[in-house]
Design a protein around this ligand. Sequence first.
Ligand code: ZN
Length: 226
Amino acid sequence: MNHDAALVVFSGGQDSTTCLFWAKKRFRKVYALSFLYGQKHEKEVELARAIAEKAEVDFHVMDVSFVGRLGKNSLTDLSVKMDEEKPADSCPNTFVPGRNLFFLSIAAVYARELGVSHLVTGVSQTDFSGYPDCRDSFIKSLNVTLNLAMDEQFVIHTPLMWIDKAQTWALADELGVLDLVRNETLTCYNGIPGDGCGHCPACKLRREGLEKYLATKNKMKNGKER
Ligand code: ZN
């Protein structure tokens, strides 16, 4: 196993792009793995490829479109109208059941083929959208399961687990990729890159985080000038 290398589960969104550059700082060799899971906005994979090229990391795409067909959700099924708010008693219908379970399991098998033991994912429990598979307990449990399943010593890294969206922007800035993340990633549920449509839950979360971060940054800058 190559302990200097990491495989990043990479969608081309804000979070996984920040993780990709985080991994580049820490590992000698970085691989990015994207999934086609039947998402309505397949162009996100092309944006992901372009970012991976800029980052000079090896880019791979895997077709797992069965994942989107297994459970009804608004990211893969055109007949389901997207929840703009999180329902009080359940996950929003943007939740793709099993997605992170499948993605990370497949990523681990793939990493094993590459001889890579470090996996990186951009899940976060802090700005928790109600997705159970973004929680730390799930990731830790899966890490144990994957190690037992393949008799390996995988380490799943979750650099964003305990930070909010504003802090994720701060991290991107620290890594020198704030503009790249802002302009070239796709987070929007309506498939519009960069600042997005502005009104879907993903855009709202992303914008509020950016505004909060930029306000803090300006305050610090002004403080220093005084
Ligand atoms: Zn949007």
